[in-house]
Design a protein around this ligand. Structure first.
Ligand SMILES: Nc1ncnc2c1ncn2[C@@H]1O[C@H](COP(=O)(O)OP(=O)(O)OP(=O)(O)O)[C@@H](O)[C@H]1O
Length: 628
């Protein structure tokens, strides 16, 4: 089993899933189709190991009966020999032959078992790899909004946690089921000689335990499934307390006891469900064991009565005594096999639910080719999925090649949302975005994104080498450098962003690991990380550069310098800048002031000052802050 996605970086809780939503059991039809899909999955991950496992298991299913029969023959022969009837027992060589037969069966069982284990382990490994790849491939095809939806996130978590073990569990249980049927029929045939009621009584004794196991297995599953949402919140609380990035705030505000208290509340809520379940399960298990003991006792009475009448041999009795545990073991693995398959299929549904989520085909649509020379928002409206408020309301503006556009507005005005639409992470709910005069919706998201390079407010700080942090901006272009043929492009991008100054001073230069997660990693300051991210932006060959206020870590002078440099470097490209600092904003050719999802004003810095409206007021307010 592989670990769930790392939780070390605390993330904001998503929209909560409905915790009261019932946990619905899938229909029998769904279960059968899941069973078929699971077997296909297992088979396709390794046909060779699956076949080997199946054949070896079926072969070894006949051996327990053979071993029991050999023991019975041996005991009967020894009985005759010890009462002076060695000749009737076939002589000493016959005893040795029987022993050799018995030992041979045992040895064969061990050999087959060993090969079986090898096949199972190797198959499990292949299967885990195949499923993990499917989950990861699915995750990368999901819309960005899906990651913000708690139900999808839970589905991803559940799928990730159950990966590997469950599908293999279904196969092994199915094989165990076939094996149990074969072994039961063969041992049952041997036991028939002990009386008609012996086998039914012994079989009956196995039923109560299985019923109890099944009932409580399903209850446990339901309890855990209901708990997913709580477990995620609890996990998040724990990750806040153990996060390196939050430790300073946690200590200074001293909210540890509060968070631990909340964490414990979730635990106690879970415990309140667990305690009665454990008590009831163990009570019922005890009752089932007592009932089984009574039934086995009755069967034994019957056999003893036959023995008293001289109708069976000592070997037959040994067949009964040794056979009881075999029959019960096989019978219960038959019944638990059925319930185990059922339960595993319930968990596997999580995996399939995730794999069945609709994915957006990022390549659907016409292929965009060539630079983007104009961007025009035409009356664009947008509402986030599952919300009731329009975040953008009829947004219109145009920007052309060589120009820098600044989006300005108070927190929550919709600036980042506009960028998410421009970069095709989301689709407008109304209106159109035109690229070079053509509706962007016609073109595949991926081909349009290829023309854009962006640095977000919460840009990535990848725990990789400085070089990788830059190259991630355009991996396809990076091949020769990956093979060590220079990296001139990486260095040029780093020089343009200002990252070269400190990266070159690191112990292994561009090959130094950044961040604290791995040994030898160098942690950078916020401003240095930002410059590395900016180098990533420059490294990408794109005709639109988007700069979504990643400058929180920079002082006003550094931000001014960074954006001035961005303006110089941009050349004939389109630059879109989001910033709260007017010293930066004034560098733009065109400024669009957003207010509650609408354009309040737009124009150049000078025009907007002359207008003496909202922009001018905010500008003077900020300027007066620096004045004294
Ligand atoms: N994923 C989301 N789901 C639902 N609502 C969202 C989501 N992201 C943002 N919003 C809402 O959309 C509105 C606009 O947010 P946006 O991030 O675009 O504002 P912004 O102008 O970039 O703000 P800031 O200056 O604080 O970065 C806000 O009211 C915000 O609460």
């Amino acid at each position: 089993m592989i670990n769930p996605p790392p939780m070390s970086m605390p993330r904001p809780p998503r929209r909560p899933a409905d915790p009261e939503a019932p946990v619905v059991s899938p229909s029998l039809r769904t279960q059968f189709s899941d069973l078929r899909a699971t077997l296909r999955l297992v088979w396709s991950s390794s046909p060779g190991h699956t076949t080997a496992l199946l054949l070896l298991s079926l072969l070894s299913a006949f051996l327990p009966a053979a071993s029991l029969y050999a023991t019975k023959l041996l005991i009967d022969a020894v009985g005759q020999a010890t009462t002076g009837r060695l000749a009737a027992a076939g002589g000493y060589p016959h005893l040795v032959q029987l022993l050799a037969f018995q030992v041979g069966v045992g040895a064969l069982l061990a050999v087959l078992g060993s090969f079986q284990n090898t096949s199972r382990e190797l198959l499990g490994d292949r299967l885990q790899n195949a499923i993990t790849l499917r989950i990861l491939n699915k995750a990368i095809g999901l819309e960005v909004e899906k990651f913000e939806d708690s139900q999808t996130y839970d589905a991803l978590q559940n799928a990730y946690q159950e990966v590997g073990v469950r599908p293999l569990g279904v196969l092994t249980q199915l094989i165990a089921l076939l094996q149990a049927v074969i072994t039961l029929v063969s041992i049952g045939a041997l036991m028939a000689r002990l009386g008609p009621l012996v086998l039914p009584l012994v079989l009956l004794a196995g039923i109560p335990g299985v019923i109890i196991q099944n009932k409580f297995g399903t209850e446990s599953y339901r309890m855990l499934r209901r708990r997913t949402q709580d477990a995620r919140v609890q996990n998040y609380l724990g990750s806040v307390l153990t996060s390196d990035s939050l430790v300073k705030e946690v200590r200074l505000f001293h909210f540890e006891p509060y968070l631990i208290g909340r964490w414990q509340e979730y635990y106690l809520r879970f415990r309140a469900q667990l305690v009665p379940l454990v008590r009831r399960r163990n009570g019922w298990t005890l009752a089932a064991s007592l009932l089984s003991a009574v039934l086995v006792g009755l069967a034994t009475l019957g056999v003893l009565a036959r023995a008293a009448r001289g109708e069976i041999t000592v070997g037959d009795f040994s067949l009964f005594a040794l056979g009881i545990s075999q029959v019960q073991g096989q019978f219960s693995s038959l019944l638990t096999g059925v319930s185990g398959i059922y339960q595993n299929l319930l968990y596997i549904r999580n995996l399939f639910e995730f794999l069945e989520l609709p994915a957006r085909d990022l390549d659907a649509g016409e292929e965009w080719a060539g630079p983007i020379e104009t961007i025009e928002f035409q009356d664009v409206g947008f509402r986030y999925p599952l919300t009731t408020r329009d975040v953008l309301k009829g947004l219109s503006f145009t920007v052309r090649r060589g120009q820098a556009l600044a989006l300005v507005g108070e927190n929550g005005a919709g600036k980042t949302t506009a960028i998410k639409l421009l970069t095709r992470l989301f689709q407008p709910s109304s209106g159109r975005i035109l690229l070079n005069g053509q509706d962007a919706a016609r073109f595949s998201a991926r081909s349009v994104q290829a023309e854009m390079s962006i640095i977000f407010q919460d840009f990535g700080q990848y725990q990789m080498s400085a070089r990788d942090n830059v190259v991630l901006g355009h991996v396809a272009q990076a091949e020769p450098e990956a093979e060590g043929e220079g990296g001139a492009e990486v260095e040029r991008a780093a020089e343009r962003s200002g990252a070269a100054e400190f990266v070159e001073g690191l112990p292994q230069g561009y090959d130094t690991m950044l961040g604290r997660m791995f040994s030898g990693g160098r942690q950078l300051s916020g401003g240095q990380w930002q410059k590395v991210a900016l180098a990533r932006l420059y490294y990408r060959k794109a005709s639109v550069l988007v700069f979504d206020e990643p400058t929180a870590a920079l002082d006003a002078a550094a931000e001014f310098e960074t954006v001035s440099r961005l303006r110089e470097q941009a050349g004939e490209r389109i630059t879109v800048i989001i910033s709260h600092r007017f010293s930066t904003v004034r560098l733009a050719d065109k400024i669009v002031v957003l207010d509650d999802g609408r354009v309040a004003e737009s124009g150049s810095h000078a025009e907007l000052l002359a207008l003496n409206g909202r922009y001018a007021t905010l500008f003077r307010l900020q300027a007066s802050g620096y004045g004294d």
